[in-house]
Design a protein around this ligand. Structure first.
Ligand code: NDP
Length: 321
């Protein structure tokens, strides 16, 4: 495992990390999470991603139990949370968004659920059009000065919103965002590679990228329908099944996946490993957050690092679809 600097900060995080969206509490309980974390630690992973909105806070509870039970030294790994969507179904107006009140309360609640004294990374899970960016920057800066958060970041903000946060922070001598958490994979490239390029360049932002397998589409397993027990088959994720497989957009994406398969076959590796390794070719990626509902998947995905040296220029051209 290699370690990359989180943008311009001094924090070195593992190039692969592990997240909990959909999986923790729904497919993965605390004891399976503990086994998975053990595999991650053994592989050198030092960053675990979470959010208040995952399974209405239950995902953080599962992660907190598993990490406590493993009892690794707190200074050997990083944990994140994200604020915006709220941790209760049908949140009240004060229980969501990026107001100073909710950013502060959500941090306190995440600390309790995750059973940690501080969050290494705390993300604004989306931009909040109802809250001035200045208020959110102040709220994050205050949490940092209180020692409850070490680095704050954005997730899926527009480049312009990120620039506004930096400009306000700089003008007022406050802490700017250190990292962005965007989607990035072989099917979803534009925002990361084009819109964010000037932001990465100018502000040395780091990135913790999500859905390297496009929720599983880039494993190729949806090409023959929807496998039983897979993410697209889960109750509550019907929207994902539609957008991933059934919609016109989904069908177009599946055609691209089918075009990528022969490249993986040529290399003698699975498409999953190829897709994960490909993300690491981009130097603006600080870490690729893996997702897995089973230990076998995690094992396969961790070995994606072996595929990286196979991704020559020639292969990279073949992946331009
Ligand atoms: P992926 O795109 O890698 O999807 C992971 C899912 O794909 C698994 O849960 C599993 O689903 C399936 N899968 C993974 N590996 C394999 C394999 N080898 N073979 C077959 N199936 C496989 O990542 P995620 O979408 O889970 O995103 C990763 C993390 O990023 C999240 O956990 C979260 O921490 C973060 N994230 C952040 C977001 C944000 O807005 N900031 C949004 C989304 C995610 P199954 O077995 O159920 O089919």
């Amino acid at each position: 495992m290699e370690y990359r600097k989180l943008g311009g900060s001094g924090l070195k995080i593992s190039e692969l990390s592990f997240g909990s969206w959909v999986t923790f509490n729904k497919q993965v309980d605390a004891s399976l999470a503990e086994r998975m974390f053990g595999m991650c630690f053994d592989a050198g992973i030092n960053f675990f991603d979470n959010a208040e909105g995952y399974e209405a806070g239950e995902s953080e509870i599962v992660m907190g139990k598993a990490l406590t039970s493993l009892a690794r030294p707190r200074d050997s790994y990083c944990v994140s949370s994200k604020v915006f969507f709220g941790a209760t179904p049908g949140p009240l107006p004060t229980q969501m968004g990026l107001s100073k009140k909710h950013v502060t309360e959500a941090c306190h609640q995440a600390l309790k659920r995750l059973k940690v004294d501080y969050l290494d990374m705390y993300f604004c899970h989306r931009a909040d059009p109802d809250t001035p960016i200045s208020e959110t920057v102040w709220a994050m800066h205050n949490l940092i000065t209180q020692g409850k958060v070490l680095y704050w970041g954005t997730s899926e903000w527009t480049a312009q919103e990120i620039v506004s946060a930096h400009e306000f922070a700089e003008k007022n001598h406050l802490t700017p965002p250190t990292m962005e958490q965007p989607q990035y994979n072989l099917l979803d490239r534009k925002r990361f590679e084009i819109e964010y390029a000037p932001v990465f360049e100018k502000y040395q932002m780091g990135s913790t990228i999500w859905s390297p397998l496009a929720s599983g589409a880039l494993t190729g397993k949806y090409l023959k329908g929807i496998p039983k027990g897979s993410r697209a088959s889960l109750k509550g994720y019907e929207w994902l099944k539609t957008s991933m497989v059934e919609s016109d957009r989904g069908q177009k994406r599946m055609k691209k996946v089918a075009q990528l398969l022969p490249v993986a076959e040529e290399l003698g590796v699975s498409l999953s490993k190829l897709a994960i390794a490909w993300c690491l070719l981009n130097k603006n990626v600080s870490t690729v957050i893996l997702g897995a509902s089973k230990t076998e998947q995690l094992e396969e995905n961790l070995s994606a690092l072996d595929v990286l040296p196979l991704l020559t220029q020639e292969i990279q051209v073949k992946l331009e679809i």
